[in-house]
Design a protein around this ligand. Structure first.
Ligand code: 13P
Ligand code: SF4
Length: 334
């Protein structure tokens, strides 16, 4: 056994660190074997490393992942993504084991909206309904009337009567984009994603000069001046589908760089250029998403830790707006 009981308990509490796995082990084979033995599935977001995407049973955006979590018959869900995504899977499956390979895989956007502060903010607007982006904690979901993702936010906001006043949390960029698309006047929580807010307008314009034929495709978590340049705006899945279908041969991709793996797989003859961030950092790579590794997935699958847990009361409250989102999405054919 690679881990002592003490170390496993610490992993359970704090997430992973110093993972040493026998370098001769074929991790792909070992993980596949464990999946079968345990009736487990791996759900992975497009922002995961390529090797994790390649071992996943399903790869998707936040809506697709929630829909897969809702319908799986597996006993164990290993979530290759970040904490709020695994929490959502657990809320939809309170009796299944949901494992996140590294509990420290958080989200700057989710962290920008602490439930105590949001509860006070909500209390100041008692006549408003709360629409929350899925990138938030279970505590925020429990305070919300409906959850949205970047795939369905516009449809769900339109499902409210025009006279209904709305709060949109926590992403101000997606909120502003949806408000513009729907003409709805929404109060926005002041949160943002550390990856999508640091793309460099200047450097994207320079790329466009270098590749004038390239289409700019962007995620709605980006800031307004970037979205104003984009030929197409959509969720991660929508960007992938658009790039595959479009007649264009090259794309400047303004979202987390993990999506390029599927774009290159699904459209191998096209040219995908990751949009650069400000400065010299590799900020178009989400540090939270990248905490998961194949080694951690192997250990997490083998020892079934670290597990996502929440109180039954919190799960029951958070389930209501998630269910509403899934129902409206199903009715709209999303
Ligand atoms: P989608 O999965 O809805 O495209 O959102 C992207 C994202 O930032 C996930 O953390
Ligand atoms: Fe959160 Fe942004 Fe990372 Fe998505 S890309 S998990 S929104 S920090």
């Amino acid at each position: 056994m690679e881990f002592t009981k003490e170390k496993l308990l610490r992993i359970e509490r704090e997430g992973f660190y110093n993972v040493n796995v026998n370098p001769r082990l074929d991790l792909f084979e070992a993980i596949e074997k464990l999946k079968k033995e345990k009736n487990a599935i791996i759900l992975a977001h497009y922002y995961q490393d390529s090797d994790i995407q390649d071992i996943a049973d399903y790869i998707g955006d936040s809506l697709g992942l929630a829909q897969q979590a809702e319908k799986t018959s597996a006993d164990i869900i290993l979530f290759a993504g970040v904490h709020f995504m695994a929490e959502t899977a657990k809320i939809l499956n309170p009796h299944k084991k949901v494992i996140l390979p590294d509990l420290n895989a958080g989200c700057s956007l989710s962290d920008s909206c602490p439930p105590e502060d949001f509860a006070k903010f909500k209390a100041q607007h008692p006549d408003h309904k709360v629409v929350s982006y899925i990138n938030c904690s279970a505590g925020i979901k429990a305070l919300s009337d409906v959850i949205v993702t970047s795939s369905n936010a516009e449809t769900i906001v339109r499902s409210f009567p025009e006279s209904q006043k709305l709060i949109f949390a926590p992403d101000k960029n997606l909120g502003r984009y949806v408000a513009q698309k729907t003409g709805r006047d929404m109060i926005l929580w002041n949160g943002s994603c550390m990856v999508h807010e640091v793309f460099s307008l200047k450097r994207i314009l320079q790329l466009k000069e270098q590749y004038p034929e390239a289409e700019i495709i962007a995620h709605p978590e980006c800031e307004e001046p970037i979205l104003a340049l984009a030929n197409f705006i959509g969720s991660t899945t929508a960007l992938l589908k658009y790039a595959v279908k479009s007649d264009s041969q090259s794309f400047i991709v303004v979202t987390e760089s993990g999506i390029l793996h599927q774009m290159e797989k699904d459209a191998p003859n096209k040219h995908f250029i990751p949009a650069p961030s400000e400065g010299t950092c590799a900020c178009n790579s989400c540090p939270h998403m990248k905490l998961n590794t194949l080694e951690k997935i192997y250990i997490a699958m083998k020892y079934e830790v670290p597990e996502i847990t929440m109180s039954e009361e919190l799960m029951a409250q958070a389930l209501i707006p998630i269910r509403r989102m899934l129902d409206i999405s199903a009715q709209a054919g999303l």
